[in-house]
Design a protein around this ligand. Structure first.
Ligand code: GLN
Length: 282
């Protein structure tokens, strides 16, 4: 098969669109860049260039996987978050652009002085590493339920030479000393209700249910994190959690009933409720 870069992208994008991808052009370009080991600008600079036989075969194999619905991030084993290239695996959620909003809001609440920050349900380590990369004076701890996921986050920190983040395995706060306290606790926990049709659509189908689904209309883990967070926040410390766009009021109520102050909800880049925060006065 001999096709130019331009023709190949066009043809592949059509196939991917038909298979249900909502970003067919981008998927084709990203997969081709991976095979060619070139930046995206290369595709625009050399649209007439023909692929070599083995490059075409390698590209075809990746496209076949994408045609079954497998997310591009899992096919490449990588996703960028906060400009940090992160290794991802099918045992981790794929970091979302909207979660960068949680990072921005958390950075805003982290005191100017050196302090400690906790990221619960860290997955690839995306949030923890973004914060650690911005604040070299802050010690960040990320916790994930699965040891292999905590190991992946550690690997990401090593690849990025981020030295002020460490990763532990266990359920929520359990790997911590009872007396451990933080200036800020952040989390993008599972918050989707098991019956949500969103779970059987697109890329989400391939992601671990344990990272997506929670009991009590998706609020069970948010409740646990908020309850136990009171013991692990310094006086004046902040808890910030990502949640579903219809959960703002429910999460504010959870925090208020537990005695948090200054409870408020912030919106994501699409203007939807996405992050709720509260201050623990101690
Ligand atoms: N925002 C993600 C989604 O809707 C879910 C992330 C999560 O459950 N923490 O697919």
């Amino acid at each position: 098969m001999s096709l130019s870069i331009e023709a190949l992208i066009k043809q592949t994008a059509l196939q991917l669109a038909e298979a249900g991808s909502d970003s067919p052009q981008l998927d084709a370009a990203v997969l081709l860049c991976h095979v060619l080991n070139k930046p995206r600008s290369y595709l625009l600079t050399w649209p007439e260039k023909m692929l070599e036989e083995e490059q075409y075969a390698a590209f075809d194999a990746l496209v076949k996987r994408r045609l079954t619905g497998e997310p591009v991030a899992y096919i490449l084993g990588q996703r960028e978050f906060w400009s940090l290239p992160l290794k991802v695996s099918p045992s981790t959620l794929i970091p979302r652009p909207d979660t960068e909003r949680l990072v921005e809001l958390a950075l805003d609440k982290i005191p100017a002085q050196p302090c400690s920050v906790l990221d619960l349900g860290t997955g690839t380590g995306a949030i923890a590493l973004a914060i650690a990369s911005e604040r070299a004076d802050v010690q960040v701890t990320g916790i994930d339920l699965r040891p292999e996921t905590a190991a992946l986050a550690t690997e990401n920190s090593e690849r990025l030479t981020i030295r002020n983040a460490r990763f532990l395995a266990g359920s929520w706060y359990t790997p911590l000393a009872e007396t451990a306290q933080f200036a800020v606790i952040v989390s993008n926990p599972p918050y989707i209700d098991e019956a949500d049709p969103h779970l059987s659509q697109g890329d989400v189908r391939f992601e671990p249910k344990s990272a997506l689904v929670a009991d009590d209309n998706g609020l069970a883990d948010i409740q646990i994190i908020s309850e136990q967070g009171r013991q692990h926040l310094q006086p004046g410390g902040w808890l910030l959690m990502e949640h579903g766009f219809e959960q703002g009021e429910a999460v504010r109520t959870i925090l208020q009933e537990l005695g948090y102050n200054l409870v408020s909800t912030a919106q994501d880049y699409a203007g939807l409720d996405r992050v709720t925060m509260g201050c623990w006065q101690g």
